[in-house]
Design a protein around this ligand. Sequence first.
Ligand code: MLT
Ligand code: MN
Ligand code: ZN
Length: 295
Amino acid sequence: MIIRTLGAGAGGGLPQWNCGCPQCRAARAGEIAAMTQSSLALSADGRAWVLLNASPDLRQQLAATPALHPRGLRDSPVAAVVLTNADVDHIAGLLSLREKTPFRLFATASTLTVLAENAVFAVLDPALVTPVAITLGQPFCPLPGLEITAYAVPGKVALYLEGPEVETRAMGEQTIGLRIVQGGRVLHYLPGCADLPDWLCDRLTEADLLLFDGTVWADDDMQRSGTGAKTGARMGHLAMSGPEGSLARLAGLTARRVYTHINNTNPVLLPGAPERAALFAAGWELAADGMEIVL
Ligand code: MLT
Ligand code: MN
Ligand code: ZN
């Protein structure tokens, strides 16, 4: 399995257009690498590819990735897109795939309904773009030899669908994790996850590679940095640190562990940050745009 991080950033990317936090300033100054928004490309053979989420930066991500360039006059190696939720940073890139090339679009029925209810997505010609509803727990193959099984993980509806009351750790079709198998090797992909209950930690023990939600270091990253009032929990993202955080909860895994969907406010992005050293000392890696892993 060939895994390529197209975008390792969370919504907004790094730098984010309206942010002057230390990480965004360092990225603008060229001191640390910029990150586009959350998306991954997968292939079994290096020829046909599936995108996991379609970020608003997809056009730029495709341009930067020769393996995803057309090989003929009008075609694309991108055969399918799989969505893990309906967040803007995971669906807006679909609008860049509207130029009359066929692909299959896999998402839960509830995420497909969100797209169907937003008229702008009608730019995806139904004669060419085939929606396929994912049933949780039921394997599907977006590419020959690459089997994916989706499962519910704690999460919330997309920001633009929030009502007055928001269940931030809801279980259902709104936020899914993906178990991806090829040639007996197992990847779990969870770019958004609000909690790690025992059953989920147990499920992840089988992974050879884990790509996990790296949005915030601490629940109050945004408050402490003065960039906003929202906690990680309120945004539907589990912190890395703390007794219930992903570093502690997943300490027993043997898998290669990589954080992705990293928010620009996360202090681990700064060289020399103690949080960054703690993450590496715990055996984790940070994804970066263009990172390739062969599993
Ligand atoms: C998130 O991951 O929390 C969302 O992408 C936030 C957003 O919609 O900007
Ligand atoms: Mn996001
Ligand atoms: Zn910032």
